[in-house]
Design a protein around this ligand. Structure first.
Ligand code: BEZ
Length: 209
């Protein structure tokens, strides 16, 4: 199945380093990041999982649960977690699914056969509290992900869900945002009492509240 932005994230049950997970129950009303990586005991993935464990407090702050997936079995994940702790200085503090039967990998289209016939690519899905897919990213096996970028997108999604704004190129939290072009001047004057800079009728910059 091809997933697209706006689709409901398919539910599943799979075993993980934190025990069996039924996705919808585990996620509840929080945000979630679901991500895959090619295989256990691989160098880039080792750095990714170590970094993500260190960044977990940043995801917690935003009410985002983190769930990883590899198509290797649980005993392999458990042995690999020891290497991650030893080499990255961080203990795995989020569940890593053992998707040896590829149930979730296939449900989320994480295997791209012309890139690799068996391993998952580096897929990322950001799913909102209603269970809707809000971001899909696919990285090649040879490129480790930028987890600051995921936090940046989460900040943008959470902000733009609550105010009639969008975030410009390379925006990071605290910087100016743009007022949605669909907002009339009359409404903009009411909605943004802090004021805004109009560069063009469709390009109005303001400070988010
Ligand atoms: C890695 O995670 O290090 C990796 C996996 C597959 C191909 C290249 C690198």
């Amino acid at each position: 199945m091809t997933l697209r932005l706006g689709d409901k994230a398919p539910d599943f049950t799979q075993n993980s380093t934190a025990g069996p997970i039924r996705f919808s129950e585990w996620k509840g009303g929080s945000w979630a990041v679901l991500f895959s990586h090619p295989a256990d005991f691989t160098p880039v993935c080792t750095t990714e999982l170590g970094l993500l464990a260190r960044l977990k407090p940043e995801f917690d702050k935003r009410d985002v649960k983190v769930l990883g997936l590899s198509v290797d079995p649980l005993d392999s994940h458990e042995r690999w977690a020891g290497d991650i702790a030893e080499t990255q200085g961080s203990t795995l503090n989020f569940p890593l699914m053992a998707d040896a039967d590829r149930k979730v990998a296939e449900l989320y289209d994480m295997i791209h056969p012309r890139a690799d016939s068996t391993a998952t690519v580096r897929s990322v899905f950001i799913i909102d509290p209603t269970g809707t897919v809000r971001l899909i990213l696919t990285y090649p096996a040879s490129t480790g992900r930028n987890f600051d970028e995921l936090l940046r997108v989460i900040d943008s999604l959470q902000l733009t869900d609550s105010q009639k704004v969008a975030t410009p190129a390379n925006w990071t939290a605290g910087e100016e945002v743009v007022i949605l072009p669909s907002i009339s001047k009359e409404d903009a004057d009411k909605l943004f009492p802090q004021g805004y800079r109009q560069l063009k009728p469709y390009l109005r910059m303001t400070q988010a509240r």
